[in-house]
Design a protein around this ligand. Structure first.
Ligand code: MN
Length: 228
């Protein structure tokens, strides 16, 4: 067997303290997972019907590479999020088994073309063009779960050009990590290599060409980069 065209490269993330890399299969994202952020967007949290969307695996920007300002927008927004990487998968995973699927943690930006999202919302269209564009998912190196202790007060933060923009604590998530995995696995068969963006706290705002960002999941991972 040979391919008719050159197969695309496998997207992957660096791993802290290792020469190995983590291959990315799919990127799942949850929306409106912090009440203050839902409020700033003029939306309500619907706890019974979590909002999910996806980004393509090759949307990841890794190893501190520059993030090119995307085409077709004048309002690119940052959303800092904890990123969960799965080392195993399955369907209909019970919540008490869900945490055992987590391979590691990182921090990322769910970059959003907010102007296109506003149009999609107004027309009841899907969010793909607002969320799933090229280079829309800068992610840090991953830290293996065995080295990570998270609690409700673990801080998630973003500064742009040294100025604080977003601050949150994991205890403010509407759906915790195990719950997200359990619910997602009832919608999709999850597999090793999947990433989950777990939602953003309040303070989303525009980011421009030339801006430098510093995202941090305290004690776990940092992500620094630049929009060009
Ligand atoms: Mn988001």
């Amino acid at each position: 067997m040979s391919y008719a065209i050159t197969p695309p490269p496998q997207p992957s993330l660096p791993i802290m303290g290792s020469d190995q890399r983590f291959p990315v299969r799919r990127i799942f994202c949850i929306g409106r997972n912090y009440a203050e952020h839902a409020r700033e967007m003029g939306a309500a949290v619907d706890k019974d019907t979590p909002l999910f969307f996806c980004k393509p695996a090759d949307a990841v920007v890794t190893d501190g590479a520059d993030v090119p300002y995307p085409q077709a927008t004048n309002d690119l927004h940052h959303e800092v999020e904890m990123v969960v990487a799965l080392g195993a998968g399955g369907r209909d995973i019970p919540i008490d088994r869900a945490a055992s699927l987590v391979w590691g943690y990182g921090v990322g930006l769910d970059l959003t073309r907010r102007d296109l999202q506003a149009v999609a919302k107004a027309k009841s269209h899907p969010w793909d063009v607002a969320k799933g564009f090229d280079h829309s998912a800068p992610v840090s190196a991953l830290r293996p779960a065995s080295q990570v202790r998270l609690d409700d007060d673990t801080a998630l933060s973003l500064s742009v050009n040294g100025e604080p923009r977003q601050q949150g604590r994991l205890g403010d998530m509407v759906h915790g990590v195990a719950e997200i995995i359990a619910i997602l696995s009832g919608l999709f068969e999850l597999k090793a290599g999947d990433l989950i963006f777990t939602g953003t706290p309040a303070g989303v705002a525009a980011i421009h060409r030339g801006d430098r960002f510093h995202a941090e999941l305290a004690g776990v991972a940092t992500l620094e980069g630049r929009v060009v």
